[in-house]
Design a protein around this ligand. Structure first.
Ligand SMILES: [Zn+2]
Length: 297
């Protein structure tokens, strides 16, 4: 895909040189980094600091428990694609069923040619899944990964405004040092009406270089502050496998923890009803996913 790459410092055009790219305006040079033996162009500008001001509108609207009941569309809809386990095995990526549901829906409604930013691409598993599903225009970026076409900083994206129709970013939000800035950047590079499919962690205090972990209210605030209309939110894994996996540090027992969670969920539905169990799954989620649309005005 031909991308409108720009200088992340001033959004000016870049010219190709022998050793990489150079900004036509500020003269910043972007060279290559070797990541796991692969040469990747580095557009992070790690040697340049910029000051970023974030505007907030007050009073802020808060997400109430009752608002949760407007969510769950993807969770409660039938999905005929591969299961999470099959996707992991075939493409080497972990995607929530709900993320795949919205990808399928976008493929049907907008076609495979929409411009996708695969943000925090890791080893490239999500890109392989997207290509396997029928999407063709994908740009994969990461702060540091050999699967990336460009090394980027999510707080200073090297793309012109409205460069993409969809951003897919999974298990990444907790790595943003300032999620409000990163959300504003994602909003900026999306075209009006463009979609965001994103997931972030909650039930672990810290894993390598994670900064903020997400609650439903936090997700809502991020969308509200950056021109996103939050269309759906879903809980990822439950509190039992997420807390126990991190607490014990073992992968072997994970399947057992998932069984315990399923037993707990079934018991809760029987004892307290479906509506209570639904709200409870958000109150105790180990991670959260969102589907949001960039507002047209
Ligand atoms: Zn520049």
């Amino acid at each position: 895909m031909k991308t409108s790459l720009v200088c992340p410092l001033d959004f000016a055009e870049l010219t190709t040189t022998e050793n990489g790219l150079t900004c036509q305006k500020c003269g910043q040079k972007y060279g290559y980094e070797t990541v796991d033996g692969k040469q990747v162009i580095d557009l992070r500008a790690t040697d340049v600091s910029t000051v970023y001001q974030v505007k907030f509108k007050l009073p802020q609207q808060l997400l109430a428990f009752k608002d949760i009941h407007s969510f769950g569309r993807a969770t409660n809809s039938p999905f005929e694609g591969l299961s999470r386990g099959e996707v992991l095995k075939k493409f080497g990526t972990k995607l929530h069923k709900e993320s795949m549901f919205y990808l399928q829906e976008l493929l049907s409604s907008k076609g495979g040619g929409i411009r996708i930013l695969d943000l925090g691409c890791g080893n490239g598993g999500t890109k392989r899944y997207l290509q396997g599903t029928g999407f063709t225009e994908i740009v994969s970026v990461d702060y540091w990964s050999s699967g990336a076409e460009y090394l980027i900083d999510a707080h200073r994206l090297p793309f012109a405004d409205a460069s993409f129709d969809l951003i897919v970013t999974t298990a990444t939000l907790e790595h943003f040092a300032n999620p409000f800035v990163a959300f504003k950047e994602m909003s900026r590079v999306l075209s009006p009406g463009g979609s965001l499919i994103a997931t972030g962690s909650f039930w672990e205090s810290w894993h390598g270089q994670s900064c903020f972990h997400f609650t439903p209210g936090g997700m809502y605030q991020l969308c509200e502050s950056s021109q996103f209309e939050l269309k759906d939110m879903w809980p990822g894994w439950g509190f039992i496998p997420s807390t126990l996996s991190h607490a014990t540090g073992t992968r072997k027992l994970k399947p057992l923890f998932f069984i315990w969670q399923n037993i707990f969920n079934a018991f809760l539905r029987l004892a307290k009803g479906r509506k209570y169990a639904f709200l409870h799954s958000y109150r105790t989620a180990g991670s959260l996913g969102i589907y949001a649309i960039k507002s047209v005005n």
